[in-house]
Write a protein that binds this ligand. Structure first.
Ligand code: SAM
Length: 460
């Protein structure tokens, strides 16, 4: 439920800065999940003060600071929760668990008319006593405690903070994000909700000014802050597609964290320039590190990498000719094609003498043999492949003919985002229409011509 916790590398940078704050009380604005406080508490004996505005953080903050928290049930459909909110930890556990219960409700509090959610809610309620007990135990076992918790606006909190204290804040990246996230919980529970302002760009600017007036300070943001450029102590981007985090502080050494992907060298021979394609098309499962190595080598650098569920090599007579990967993560195509698998990426090796080698990779991905492999991963029947091309052209040359256009949206191009292309084009194709053997034959008939300018293989 809770988004926005700090990655461990960022926590390490924060803790190293705080290690120079010698005995000062540390005030943490926008506590969220208390990651900042927990990280600090695990590395030193700090006097910590937290602050946030949501029911989720405030019920936990009150428990951690040893304060009372007024929590009542206002939606009678949830009266059955009453026995669980008798203690501080019980209240916190109930609010955390209710975050899952409200998934079955729409924004107005009406129960969603959906068999999946009805089943989930029933099962969740049946398991509630044991889930609640376990969550209470976890909360009680937490080592971190707060010296105080402020249930209110960070702007007031920073004003209340003594000038010689240390202040840390990691505000939300999008104003209003958290308010929406916890809206449904506020329909169930009555509590002393504070009034607060949204932290839009103007408010953040004021906040940073106030924060940087303290004797020791640190703040994190997803956008570089020119004004504080001299105070940049950390830049962390922990995954390839991850949002970068900029950390500014008046203490600590400069550190940079960049993603490192695990790769495993694939030693198979590859189809090369001037080589004639062979007779037997096969597919073989790749490990994730092998997939990452091949993707880094061959996939168009302007395609944003995604997380694959499984990846496969396509080989002809044992020579690697390309790679394709699938994803079973939920995606919008589910609504149109419940029995589809998402083709996350597909690319040929290069250079070769075959300008349409990328289509042979698709013939392999669409084969009966590939479908059997996909079904093992997806644990359901697969009848369609669905994929997305990002292209500056109206059609993707690679998918045209083999896939049918499902829909197309026009977005870019963007000068700042190199990944953004003019069109986002979704394609679908009936899967398993040929065997690998027939697929290779068909490809040879239709697309098997060679050319000395073959390195222009279409990848988008
Ligand atoms: C990015 S999260 C903080 C994450 C937290 N540091 C952690 O690691 O778990 C931002 C938090 O700011 C809180 N917030 C938003 N507007 C606020 C305001 N005006 N005053 C105090 N907190 C606010 C949100 O409720 C949310 O919990």
């Amino acid at each position: 439920m809770f988004r926005g916790s700090l990655p461990s590398d960022v926590q390490a940078i924060l803790c190293s800065a705080a290690s120079t704050w010698g005995g000062r009380d540390i005030y943490v604005g926008c506590s969220g999940n208390f990651t900042v406080e927990r990280a600090l508490a695990s590395r030193g004996d700090y006097a910590l003060h937290g602050c946030d505005v949501t029911i989720y953080s405030s019920v936990a903050g009150a428990f951690l600071a040893g304060d009372d928290f007024r929590l009542e049930i206002k939606d009678t459909r949830f009266d059955w929760l009453a026995p669980y909110i008798q203690t501080g930890e019980g209240k916190a556990a109930t609010v955390f668990l209710a975050s899952r219960l409200v998934e079955g409700m729409n924004a107005n509090g009406e129960i969603k008319n959906n068999v999946y959610y009805e089943r989930m809610t029933r099962a969740y309620r049946a398991q509630f006593p044991s889930l609640h007990e376990k969550t209470c135990q976890k909360i009680l076992a937490l080592k971190m405690r707060l010296k105080s918790y402020f249930n209110g606006d960070v702007m007031e909190f920073v004003d209340m903070t003594p000038q010689d204290a240390a202040f840390v804040v990691y505000p939300p990246f999008y104003a209003g994000d958290y308010t929406n996230m916890f809206k449904k919980l506020n329909l169930i529970f009555d509590w002393d909700a504070p009034t607060f302002g949204e932290l839009d760009d103007a408010a953040l600017e004021t906040l940073y000014e106030k924060v940087t007036s303290k004797s020791r300070w640190l703040f994190g943001t997803d956008t570089p802050q020119e004004k504080y450029a001299d105070f940049l102590i950390g830049l962390a981007r922990t995954t390839n597609r991850g949002v970068p985090m900029y950390l500014y502080s008046n203490s600590g050494e400069k550190k940079i964290v960049q993603p490192a992907q695990k790769i495993e060298v694939v030693t198979n021979a590859r189809l090369g320039e001037g080589m004639q394609i062979g007779e037997k098309l096969t597919i073989a499962k790749l490990t994730y590190s092998q997939f990452q190595a091949l993707r880094s080598q061959y996939m168009n650098a302007f395609i944003r990498p995604g997380q694959a569920s499984e990846a496969y090599a396509a080989l002809v007579d044992g020579y690697l000719i390309g790679v394709f990967a699938i994803s079973t993560s939920p995606n919008p195509a589910q609504a149109y094609f419940p029995d589809h698998i998402y083709l996350l990426s597909d690319f040929p090796v290069a250079p070769t003498s075959y300008p349409k080698l990328s289509k042979l990779v698709l013939y392999a991905a669409l084969s009966k043999e590939a479908i059997r492999l996909f079904e093992r991963v997806a644990r359901k029947r697969i009848r369609y492949l669905y994929t997305t091309a990002f292209s500056n052209n109206y059609e993707s040359m690679k998918y045209r003919g083999l896939f049918k256009l499902h829909n197309r949206t026009e977005a870019g191009p963007s000068v700042t985002d190199p990944y953004q292309k003019k069109f986002k084009i979704n394609y679908e194709a009936e899967a398993g229409k040929w065997t690998l053997a027939d697929g290779l034959k068909l490809w040879k008939q239709k697309h098997g011509e060679t050319s000395q300018y073959a390195d222009k293989n279409y990848q988008d």
